[in-house]
Design a binder for this molecule. Structure first.
Ligand SMILES: O=c1ccn([C@@H]2O[C@H](COP(=O)(O)OP(=O)(O)O[C@H]3O[C@H](CO)[C@@H](O)[C@H](O)[C@H]3O)[C@@H](O)[C@H]2O)c(=O)[nH]1
Ligand SMILES: [Mn+2]
Length: 733
């Protein structure tokens, strides 16, 4: 632990680290015992099932080993923003804020507007902030919404500063009465006015979005609207760059400066790869370099508003601490979500990731870059290595900055930087900027940054720094996780594979953590095998596990019970509840048999040149009836998604195996239980996990139930699998 009076932050190793290590040693011995058992109990027939189950167990064991890296040295950090302002208020560096949006139908422009306003009103010197919005939808609706936001900002920003408002996202502020301080009369009047203005703006934006066009009479308000006069499509248009608020020119209603606000829709042509969000961010890096060129960059998704107006100061506590070495490349905040139910039905709070694993990462080299809520040094994103860096703006790599050009020259130059041919034959996407070719550009980029010798820090202030919206239905959740696991596995099969790339700069433990993330997709193999093979064995009267009377049985019981106990304790220690742990586990089973295998197949198809892995934008909308079910924590199936078929099949097969096994026991008594006990326990556990699915298939009548076509497909799959398993001569091998 380092702490002196001048320190702007402290780092403490979590006390659980020592217990974790001791526990890991004991558990490791148990795993060796399991391997010993399998090797010494090779059956005389049914080799195939023995191989499959042993293989799956080795898979689980390997993942367990990688997982220990997270538990080796978790740390917590505390920051002191007060000290920062006392000592460095005048020296605070400029920050460019990047906000990405892609699709006005899936990502309501009003959300983007709220995110933008929350950052424009951030508690940070206004002259040091610039906000850039990348609109990959190239939509006049988004532009219109931002234009309205720029007008509202002139009232909102001074109001927040004047009354030191904590919640600077207008929507959250006006919704959350708790944060409504009863100050003086002038406050009350102003607040009421602002609330009305906000409601008006909200109405204009939402009604315009609903209509799908911006009325001609509004076009005169800003020359930027003309860009759409030729009727452009989101996939085919020139680059559009408009300054909505200009520093030094626009001021708020009280006459103070405002941060600048720039709208960027990069050029899109069907014949050019646009590289999704990574491409969008690279354009922003270049465009901002000619406009404001701040030495620090905060990246945000359009739905991630700043919930803590001191977030940037929190980050600066790390960058400006005199003891911090020059290797600190970025500060990552956790992704927190406001759309989560009480017990986190779909485990979208990502509690284990952000409250356990990232602290583990932080102790051994730094968390990954999570795509949103992250402050980078600009140099780091421009491909530089630690020693060349400083707090001054960069002149490096980008090689774009022509000093003192007039605003119109500057804009013209910036438009060229946003063209799709600009990156041709350059290092952009390969060594400079966000790295291309992967659906999780963030993790890949962060990893290559760390491989160049940079460190990162995880900063989780008590008041959530940023809050976003998580998917609110099962299908969206599964699609999101498919993209993540596919993207992570793409890293694994690329030259950036964490087990081989960056060996000199990144520690073994650190690479193990990345390795576990990257291997999520193939981990479906051992999950599926363990879920299916024992059940099929039960149906055919075969046993894969030791008998109840055998002492080996205890080993299996120990391995499962203690792993679960540890997992529950860890989860609760991180502030979770038993119910949310259970929901997390249920989702692990569903994702493991759905998102993961689909992600795996996607990457295999890419490797064989059949198709690419895309970036399906997560929808941030929901209908009201579904919203009620979500609040009541009932799984929302609704759409006929093929992704529901494998988990549904798995649960049905296990249900049949369980019922079959119970029938056998009732008929034959104890001897039938003797060999099947562990198998039946396993099937019972899977059925418990999948009860929500069974309910959706057979018991529910509402619109969110499992669509008939999925139920039928799963039952067909079940019949085929049971038939194959009991008829082919599988059991002789
Ligand atoms: O072609 C695209 C596709 C997406 N986006 C933006 O990327 C962001 C993230 O997209 P979203 O659909 O919300 O995906 P999530 O799964 O919620 O995003 C997580 O995972 C992504 C990587 O898969 C990271 O980039 C994100 O920061 C991280 O929050 C959004 O702001 C989008 O507008 C673009 O700008 N261009
Ligand atoms: Mn998102």
């Amino acid at each position: 632990m380092v702490s002196t009076d001048s320190a702007l932050y402290t780092t403490v190793e979590k006390p659980c680290a020592k217990i974790n290590r001791a526990y890991a040693c004991i558990y490791f011995v148990a795993i060796l015992g399991l391997i010993w058992y399998r090797i010494t109990h090779i059956p005389n027939e049914c080799y195939l099932t023995w191989i499959v189950v042993f293989g799956a167990e080795l898979g689980f064991a390997f993942c367990w080993i990688l997982d220990q890296a997270f538990r080796w040295r978790p740390v917590c950090r505390e920051t002191f923003p007060k000290k920062l302002s006392d000592r460095f208020e005048k020296e605070l560096p400029s920050v460019d804020i990047f906000i990405c949006t892609a699709d006005p139908t899936k990502e309501p422009p009003l959300n983007t507007v709220n995110t933008v306003l929350s950052t424009l009103a951030h508690d940070y010197p206004v002259e040091k902030l610039s906000c850039y919005v990348s609109d990959d939808g190239g939509s006049i609706l988004t532009f219109y919404a931002l234009f309205e936001a720029s007008r509202f900002a002139k009232f909102w920003v001074p109001f927040c500063h004047k009354y030191s408002i904590k919640q600077r996202c207008p929507d959250a502020y006006f919704n959350d009465r708790d944060d409504y301080p009863h100050k003086n009369l002038s406050y009350a009047v102003e607040c009421e006015n602002l609330k009305n203005m906000y409601e008006d703006m909200k109405y204009s934006i939402n009604s315009t979005v609903e209509r799908g066009t911006v009325p001609q009479d509004k076009w005169k308000d800003h020359q930027g609207f003309k860009e759409w006069s030729s009727g452009i499509s989101s996939r085919d248009h020139h680059s559009i760059l408009e300054i909505l608020l200009e520093k030094g020119k626009d001021s708020d209603v009280e006459g103070h400066d405002l941060p600048s606000l720039v709208y960027v829709a990069r050029e899109k042509r069907p014949e050019h790869q646009h590289n999704f969000k990574a491409g969008a961010l690279n354009v922003l890096i270049r465009v901002s370099a000619v406009v404001s060129n701040a030495p620090f960059i905060l990246t945000l998704d359009c739905d991630m508003y700043a919930n803590n107006c001191e977030a940037l100061r929190e980050a600066m506590c790390f960058f400006m601490d005199p003891q911090t070495d020059h290797q600190l490349g970025f500060v990552q905040f956790p992704q927190r979500f406001h759309s989560i139910t009480k017990n986190d039905l779909y485990a979208n709070r990502l509690k284990r990731i952000f409250d356990v694993q990232f602290q583990g990462f932080d102790g051994i080299g730094g968390p990954p870059y999570g795509g949103t809520g992250c402050v980078h040094r600009r140099d780091v994103l421009c491909g530089s290595e630690p020693q060349k860096s400083s707090l001054k703006p960069s002149k490096l790599s980008v090689n774009l900055i022509r000093e003192k050009s007039s605003p119109s020259e500057m804009l013209n130059e910036a438009r060229i930087l946003a063209q799709c041919t600009y990156e041709k034959n350059s290092l952009w996407g390969k060594k400079v900027g966000m790295i291309y070719g992967c659906a999780v550009e963030d993790v890949l980029t962060g990893f290559t940054i760390q491989c160049r010798g940079w460190k990162s820090v995880y900063c989780a202030p008590k008041r959530n720094a940023f809050q976003g919206q998580a998917p609110v239905n099962l299908n969206d959740t599964l699609i999101q996780h498919k993209r993540w696991t596919a993207g992570l596995f793409e890293i694994f099969v690329s030259k950036f594979c964490p087990f081989v790339y960056g060996i000199h700069r990144v520690s073994i433990a650190h690479r193990m953590c990345y390795g576990l993330y990257c291997l999520c997709a193939p981990s479906c193999l051992h999950i599926l095998c363990y879920g299916l093979v024992p059940a099929l064995c039960t149906l055919n009267g075969r046993s894969l596990f030791p008998q109840i009377s055998s002492p080996w049985c205890l080993l299996f019981v120990y391995l499962s019970v203690s792993a679960y106990a540890h997992s529950v304790i860890e989860f609760i220690g991180a502030g979770g509840s038993v119910k949310s742990w259970w929901n997390e586990h249920r989702m692990w089973v569903i994702k493991g048999t759905s998102s993961y295998p689909f992600g795996l197949i996607q990457v295999l198809c890419k490797l064989m040149g059949i198709s690419e892995v895309g970036f399906e934008v997560t929808s941030k909308m929901s209908d009201s009836e579904a919203a009620k079910r979500y609040e009541a924590e009932i799984y929302e199936f609704g759409v006929a998604s093929t992704m529901f078929i494998p988990p549904a099949t798995l649960v049905v097969i296990n249900l049949i195996a369980l019922l079959n096994g119970i029938a056998q026991v009732l008929k034959k008594g104890y001897p039938a239980l003797e060999g099947m006990f562990l198998q039946l326990m396993l099937s019972g556990f899977i059925v418990m996990n999948g009860y929500g699915i069974l309910e959706g298939m057979f018991l529910r009548r509402d619109n969110g139930r499992m669509p008939m076509s999925v139920t039928v497909s799963s039952l067909l799959a079940t019949v085929v699998m049971c038939f194959v398993a009991s008829n082919i001569s599988l059991w002789h091998y």
